[in-house]
Unconditional design. Structure first.
Length: 75
C-alpha cells in the first residue's frame, strides 16, 4: 500500500518512497497499459503527468538508501 506523505513527519516520506518502489512493477504496468483501460481522457492525462521515468526511479532508490539509516534510528 502506498502511503501519503505527512509534512510534519519526515519518516512518512521514507515510507512513501519505500512503498512506491515496492509497487514499481505494478505501477510500470499501469503506466504502460493506461490506454487499454476504460479511462476518461482526463484520467489518462493524469497518469501521464505522474508517470516516473528511469532517472526518477533511480533517484527514489538513492533517496531510500540515504534515508534508511535515519528511519531505523528514529522509529
Amino acid at each position: 500500500m502506498i502511503r501519503i506523505d505527512c509534512k510534519t513527519r519526515w519518516n512518512s516520506t521514507f515510507l512513501l518512497i519505500e512503498a512506491t518502489i515496492e509497487c514499481k512493477q505494478v505501477l510500470m504496468k499501469l503506466f504502460s497499459e493506461k490506454r487499454s483501460f476504460n479511462l476518461r481522457s482526463e484520467q489518462v492525462n493524469r497518469l501521464i503527468t505522474v508517470e516516473l521515468n528511469n532517472d526518477e526511479w533511480d533517484f527514489l532508490s538513492s533517496l531510500r538508501f540515504v534515508l534508511n539509516p535515519f528511519y531505523h534510528a528514529t522509529k
